[in-house]
Design a protein. Structure first.
Length: 205
C-alpha cells in the first residue's frame, strides 16, 4: 500500500511518499549519508585538537556521538535538526582550539583575553566595538553565574566564560556576531555553547 495518495495527503517527492518499502529504503539511504557526514565532522574535530596537544580526542568523539544520538533517530527532519546542532558544536570547538589548549595546559586563557572590567578601564562599554579600544584583544575571564543551572554544579566550583569567534570590529551584541562562548570551571571542566547559553555541550574532559 501507498504511504500517501494522489490527493496530496503526503505530497509526491516527499521522503514519506510511496510504498512502505520505498520509504524505508529512502530513509535508510538518508541515515547512512548522515552517519558518514557525522563521522567526517567528528574526525575533523579530533585532529586539530590532537595536534594542539590535547589528549582527549576519544572522549570528544564519544561525547559528540553520545550527546546527539543521531544514529538512533528514525525521522529525517529530526536527523537534519540534530545535524545542524552538531555542526554548530563543531564550529565552536574549532574556533576554541587555542583557548581550550591554553586552559588545559595552564589553567588560564590566552594572553589576548581581558575581562569586561579591564576593557572598561580602556573606555569600552557594552554595545561598543572592543577593537576601537583594545585592538587584538578578546573578552573572557568573567565569572559565569550559572543561574539557570545549565552547567554541572559542585560545591566550590566556579564557572568562567570567554568569547570565541567574535568580530570585535562591531559590538558583541551585533546580530552578525554568533552566540559562541566557552565556559570553563575552576576544577578543569570546559563546555561550549553556540546559542548564548541556551544549550551547552562538553568539550573537556
Amino acid at each position: 500500500s501507498k504511504l500517501g495518495d494522489e490527493k496530496g495527503r503526503i505530497r509526491k517527492g516527499s521522503n514519506q511518499y510511496g510504498t512502505k518499502e520505498e520509504v524505508e529504503e529512502r530513509q535508510a539511504l538518508l541515515k547512512n549519508s548522515l552517519e558518514s557526514a557525522i563521522d567526517m565532522v567528528v574526525t575533523s574535530v579530533t585532529i586539530p585538537l590532537t595536534i594542539k596537544g590535547i589528549s582527549k580526542g576519544k572522549e570528544i568523539v564519544n561525547n559528540y556521538k553520545l550527546n546527539n544520538s543521531l544514529k538512533e533517530l528514525n525521522y529525517p527532519a529530526h536527523n537534519a535538526a540534530n545535524y545542524v546542532k552538531l555542526k554548530e558544536q563543531y564550529r565552536v570547538s574549532e574556533l576554541a582550539n587555542d583557548v581550550v589548549d591554553s586552559i588545559a595546559k595552564t589553567g588560564r586563557l590566552p594572553n589576548n583575553y581581558m575581562t569586561k572590567d579591564q576593557a572598561k578601564v580602556l573606555g569600552w562599554s557594552e554595545g561598543k566595538a572592543l577593537n576601537n579600544y583594545a585592538p587584538g584583544k578578546a573578552i573572557g575571564g568573567d565569572v559565569f553565574n550559572n543561574s539557570t543551572r545549565i552547567l554541572p554544579i559542585k560545591n566550590g566550583r566556579i564557572w568562567y566564560e570567554a568569547d570565541v569567534g567574535i568580530d570585535y570590529k562591531m559590538s558583541r551584541s551585533n546580530f552578525k556576531n554568533p552566540g559562541y562562548r566557552i565556559l570553563y570551571s575552576s576544577d578543569g571542566l570546559i563546555y561550549g555553547t553556540y546559542d548564548h547559553y541556551e544549550t551547552v555541550f562538553p568539550i573537556l574532559p
